[in-house]
Every structure is written in C-alpha cells, then in structure tokens.
Write a protein that binds this ligand. Structure first.
Ligand SMILES: Nc1ncnc2c1ncn2[C@@H]1O[C@H](COP(=O)(O)OP(=O)(O)OP(=O)(O)O)[C@@H](O)[C@H]1O
Ligand code: SF4
Ligand SMILES: [Mg+2]
Length: 381
C-alpha cells in the first residue's frame, strides 16, 4: 500500500453521513453470502449471521419488552490473514456494534464468530481469555479512551495484568518502552500522562496498547476520525507499517470513503444493520452494483474540477428508517430510486448477482440487490 501524503489526506476527508444505505439478509442469505474468494488462504475470522437486537422496554416498575433495536441484523463476512477489511456506512448503521460483538463487549443475539475455525460466541472462561488476546481494538477518541490519571506506561502495560505470561512483572517497563518505540514515540515518555501528548501521539499510545499482547487481529473503530487531517496520514501510515511488520489483520471502520479505500484490501458497505455490498476496493469503488453504494460514492467531494463537472450526484430522499422498525423486504427500498414491488416483498440476498456469476467482470462480487447493475459514478479521490 502506498504512503498517504498529507495532500492525499486533505482531499480525502469527505464524509458519507448525509446519504443512506440499503440491505437485508436472513441467516440463510448470510450463509449464501460467504463464498470465499480464491487465493486468500484461510480466513482468520468468519462472521456468520451475526445479530444484535437491543430490547426496547416500557414501564417504570414493571418493565416489559415492546420491541427491539436491530442494530446488527444478520451480518456475515470473512477477514483474511494480513488483510484490511474496511467497513463503511452512515451513522447508526451498526458499525460499532459489530466491533463490540467481535470484541465480546456485547453479547450476540444470534450468529457465530469463528476465530481460526472456533466459534468464540460459545467460549467462556480461560478458553475465551486465550482467544481474546489475539483480537484487540483501537478506539476512535484518543482523548476519552485513555485514563487521564494513569501514566502512559501503566496504560500500555495494563493488558499485561490480565495476561502476565506476555510480559512478566520485571520485564514490563522494557516491553512498554519497546512498544513506545514501535509506534514512533520516545521510550523516555513512559512516565508521562495522556494530557502531555498531542491527539496524534495519544492515538499512537492507543495503538501501542492494542499491540501489547501481540494480537493477530485489530479492530479499528474510526481510529483517525477525531484527529486533525494533517495527523491522520501519519497515523494511517504507522498502521500500515505495523501491519506489514507484525502480519496484522485489520477491520477498519470509518466514515471517510477515501481513507477507507486507501487502507483497505476489501470493503463492506453497511446499511441499517446489514452488509449490502462487499468486494475488493476496486470492485466497490470503481464498479459498485448496489444503489446505496453508488449514492455514497456520488456524494464524495471531487477535487478534480473536470471530474466534478461530469459526475452524477445521486441525491437520496427520505429519512433513514428506524432500526426498531426497518422496512419489509429490502430495507433500502424507502430511499431507492430503483425500487419495485418485489423489493417490498422479498429480502435481497447478499450474494453475487446471478447475471455476474462466473463472469470475468469486476461486477462479479456480492451485492444485496434484486436489480444490481453497474453504474458509472464519480470515484472517491
Ligand atoms: N446499548 C444500546 N442500546 C440500544 N440501542 C443501541 C445501543 N447501542 C447502539 N444502539 C443503536 O444501534 C444502532 C447502531 O449503533 P452503532 O453505534 O453500532 O452505529 P455506528 O454505525 O457505529 O454509528 P456511528 O457512525 O455514529 O458511530 C443505532 O441505532 C444505535 O442507536
Ligand atoms: S432496487 Fe430494490 S433490492 Fe435493489 S437496493 Fe433498491 S430497493 Fe433494494
Ligand atoms: Mg460507531
């Protein structure tokens, strides 16, 4: 992956949040969706039919459930060793809930998460602790995710309290200093407090903490969104360097389509708790077949005036439906310009559309739309 320059970054900031998304799958659909691409080896993570429904309750003394917020509603995808899978989608589509489910910070309502073939939703105690060591997280906000009363050394070394086998007591300071060095911070800063660092440096501390237990997978939930544009590129470049050095697999969640394209090998687009389209960065950005993805891409600000002039801006109308009451059939249908009667009756599967199956075309990737077709939209910068 090429280095992202500060200029790239400046052109790369545009966001997705004004647009909406689509999608839908049942558990059966979800399974159909996961036909592993060739030549990537075995997936390190396999997510199948993952759901998280938060109960909606009524009453003060006697609470009763009156519904559920379907934050994640049947998500399936694979993560391969050493790759970066980007996940994009507007606010509230369930990205962070997926991250929390993968980290076991939330318990799944249904579905499975296989780590090297083992379903971690069914593990507990020591077995779960052993697996969890291999899956770590980097959070969005380096200001609130670091305890202001702890020194950097204590913050980075805290995971060793739970896994002392990684760094025995006498060896911790050296190990923490090594981690500071790895993320480009002065090892002498070990006794400083978070407020003595800039935003970018704090995110480096967050990354060092994420690396402490030598994980194989890092879930990054908007890791650069809270940073100044000028600092985002440095942190992204660091993450790419660390990926090569430690053979890490990343799930990279973000709003910013350009940054996601830069760092990702494959990209999944989410709408209302579901993945609506997934494929390589080229397939998703240059050959999207789902109307929601096409709308998202058409909304990316275009720095090139000529391209700007020729682009087709797809304006979606209507509000994003509530995840407590998603539309029947395709959940994007209330905002989709291509919707037909079938879209209200039949939930589209996340699968390679029949007409593209086996074809030597970049449209040959998974898309949850009955009428999936390529559309020439303006590409992200
Ligand atoms: N603990 C909870 N209880 C009830 N509803 C929740 C809870 N956590 C999240 N939700 C709801 O689930 C949906 C998905 O939330 P989530 O935070 O996963 O979205 P997101 O894609 O990460 O959004 P953003 O881009 O704003 O971070 C939202 O409608 C949210 O209000
Ligand atoms: S055409 Fe139908 S199935 Fe496809 S995204 Fe639009 S509403 Fe959904
Ligand atoms: Mg979030």
């Amino acid at each position: 992956m090429a280095e992202l320059s500060k200029n790239d970054e400046r052109e790369a900031t545009p966001n997705v949040s004004e647009v909406d998304v689509v999608d839908a799958h049942s558990e059966t659909e979800a399974v159909a969706a996961v036909e592993a691409p060739v030549d990537r080896g075995e997936p390190i993570l396999q997510i199948r039919g993952l759901k998280k429904h938060f109960p909606l309750t009524q009453g003060i003394l006697f609470k009763r459930q009156v519904g559920a917020v379907k934050a994640v509603d049947g998500v399936s995808f694979d993560l391969y060793q050493g790759e970066t899978l980007g996940i994009v989608g507007e606010s509230g589509c369930g990205k962070s809930t997926v991250a929390k489910l993968l980290m076991n910070l939330e318990q799944a309502t249904a579905g499975e998460i296989f780590y090297k073939g083992q379903d971690i939703t069914r593990l507990s105690g020591r077995a779960l602790k052993a697996v969890r060591r291999n899956i770590q997280m980097v959070f969005q906000d380096p200001y609130t995710s670091l305890n202001p009363r702890m020194t950097v050394g204590d913050i980075i070394g805290e995971p060793f309290d739970i896994h002392p086998e990684v760094a025995p007591k006498g060896d911790r300071r050296r190990k923490v200093q090594e981690l500071l060095d790895v993320v480009g911070l002065n090892p002498e800063y070990v006794n400083r407090y978070p407020h003595q660092f800039s935003g970018g440096q704090r995110q480096r501390i967050g990354i060092a903490r994420g690396l402490a237990l030598n994980p194989e997978v890092i879930i990054c939930d908007e890791p650069v969104s809270a940073l100044d544009v000028s600092v985002q590129a440095q942190v992204i470049n660091l993450m790419e360097k660390l990926q090569d050095e430690f053979d890490l697999s990343y799930i990279f969640i973000a709003h910013d389509l350009s940054i996601v394209r830069h760092i990702s090998d494959r990209v999944g687009v989410m709408y209302l708790g579901k993945v609506v389209e997934i494929g390589s960065d080229e397939q998703i950005y240059d050959h999207p077949t789902h109307p929601y993805t096409q709308a998202l891409l058409s909304a990316v600000p275009q720095p090139d005036p000529e391209a700007r002039e020729h682009r087709e801006r797809i304006i979606l109308t209507g509000d994003v439906p509530s995840p407590a009451n998603p539309p029947s059939g395709c959940s994007f249908r209330t905002r989709c310009w291509k919707a037909e009667a079938r879209c209200a009756e039949e939930t589209p599967l996340l699968a390679v559309p029949q007409r593209f199956q086996g074809g030597d075309t970049p449209a040959n990737h998974e898309s949850a739309c009955h009428f999936a077709e390529e559309k020439d939209v303006v590409h992200a910068a």
